[in-house]
Design a protein around this ligand. Sequence first.
Ligand SMILES: Nc1ncnc2c1ncn2[C@@H]1O[C@H](COP(=O)(O)OP(=O)(O)OP(=O)(O)O)[C@@H](O)[C@H]1O
Ligand SMILES: [Mg+2]
Length: 268
Amino acid sequence: MEMQSARSLAATPFYAEQADECALFAQAHAARLPLLIKGPTGCGKTRLVEHMAARLGRPLITVSCHDDLSAADLVGRHLISGGDTRWCDGPLTRAVREGAICYLDEVVEARKDTTVVLHPLADDRRMLPLERTGELIPAAPGFMLVISYNPGYQNLLKGLKPSTRQRFVALGLAYPAPEVERGIVAAESGCTAETAARLVHLAEALRRLTEQDLEESASTRLLVMAARLAVAGMPLQRAAEAAIVDALTDDPETVAALHEVLAAVLGP
Ligand SMILES: Nc1ncnc2c1ncn2[C@@H]1O[C@H](COP(=O)(O)OP(=O)(O)OP(=O)(O)O)[C@@H](O)[C@H]1O
Ligand SMILES: [Mg+2]
């Protein structure tokens, strides 16, 4: 792993490791391989990327993909200003030139034409072709392409093509083990160890219950939110109701079942 300077260490966002994902990230970066991170919402994908960008001392350029995002949004376009047209780099092109880490969040949402620009960057070529200007930009050392997606939302039509997936090293994240998650909840909210333990206990019960019924279950993010409400003075049961249970679903039957679990785990 590369050395960290004192400055980047001070600015490194907190990340509690689930397994060996930090080493995997660093080794993929050293080997100039792109990385695909998959996992449910709120399990730490974005935080891992922020943490590793700081540790590796690389700038981070994040793009949240949506169904209207085109190759031109990533690569850049000609802009007209005062009768002149000039080329304006998009975020991917900036990252390629600067040797930054480019993080494409929820990449399956993006329009299909984006894969055309990702493929030559994600394999041995490490090149970004700018069709509009005819430029072929070699990725600067330090550049890394990281994409993430949430398999739970994956629409069959929208899944990544094998020819795209197989250009990436894959890292699967899940919700962290209880002892790791307790540490995260306490560190991210400033709550007591006891509050963190009770919320993680609740999450385990909710996850057991909701595995079949809900697309997604109580995420680490929701636990942190509940803990912050508790730190702000809200009684824990009410905080968990507002931040976790009511956030998970609108279906009245499921809400009732979740409230029962909440009362059983956190109730007086
Ligand atoms: N391993 C972890 N270390 C530190 N904090 C974490 C970790 N996992 C989750 N968190 C906390 O949970 C929050 C949500 O995590 P993050 O934004 O990384 O989720 P995500 O997987 O990117 O979710 P989404 O798919 O919705 O974008 C973080 O802001 C942080 O407070
Ligand atoms: Mg994210």
